[in-house]
Design a protein around this ligand. Sequence first.
Ligand code: ADP
Ligand code: MG
Length: 223
Amino acid sequence: MTGQTADQAREEPLDAAFFVRWLSTAAAAVEREADRLTELDSAIGDADHGSNMRRGFRAVTAALEEEPPASPGAVLALAGRQLISTVGGASGPLYGTLLRRTGKALGDTPEVTPAQLGEALRVGVAAVAQLGGARAGDKTMLDALEPAAGALGPSYATFAEAARAARDGALATVPLQARKGRASYLGERSIGHQDPGATSSALLMTALADTAGAALTGEEEGR
Ligand code: ADP
Ligand code: MG
């Protein structure tokens, strides 16, 4: 043990390597869950959300491996550009905007705090809402992203709360009628199905919590 306390570990800044780990953890989750995302999209969409996300996150992983950027903001901006240029569906520009605008809000500082990430993510989520003209309750990714961004606070512990809020938000889309995106064409028939984009958003927030949790555990073990 180094004698470092868990509280000190939680104040550990988040650097570019942390953000690369987050996105590669997210990419692995997308690979694992792609069939499920496509299955959800086949019920209320056009059965391509899993393949869209897989194509996008493979491009993200490849770009980050080729030329890992020096700051958290640059990592997110590069990932966002990859999603916009490789994903044909609505989710590409929306997730691309989320990451680009979050990255831009972080600026080019080499390390950020959890509180700064929370603030930046709220800027990114607002940009998604503006681009897609949707808000929480419309049965979209925002039903997971908004509560998750709202839950992010000053400590690593809030990363787990954000992941839980995103998963709860995704589950809560089941009884909703879609008011935006392809699923809205179904009207009342969209009721009773979980939104694919809210589900993938929960994967991304869970990947963030897993990455932060691993960092915290490492510190606690004095590694
Ligand atoms: P497409 O709908 O073009 O086939 P995807 O299947 O990849 O694209 O993504 C569908 C998901 O995108 C939906 O489940 C929903 O969460 C999200 N989405 C669609 N339109 C919007 C919008 N206007 N605002 C926010 N999210 C949206
Ligand atoms: Mg689709």
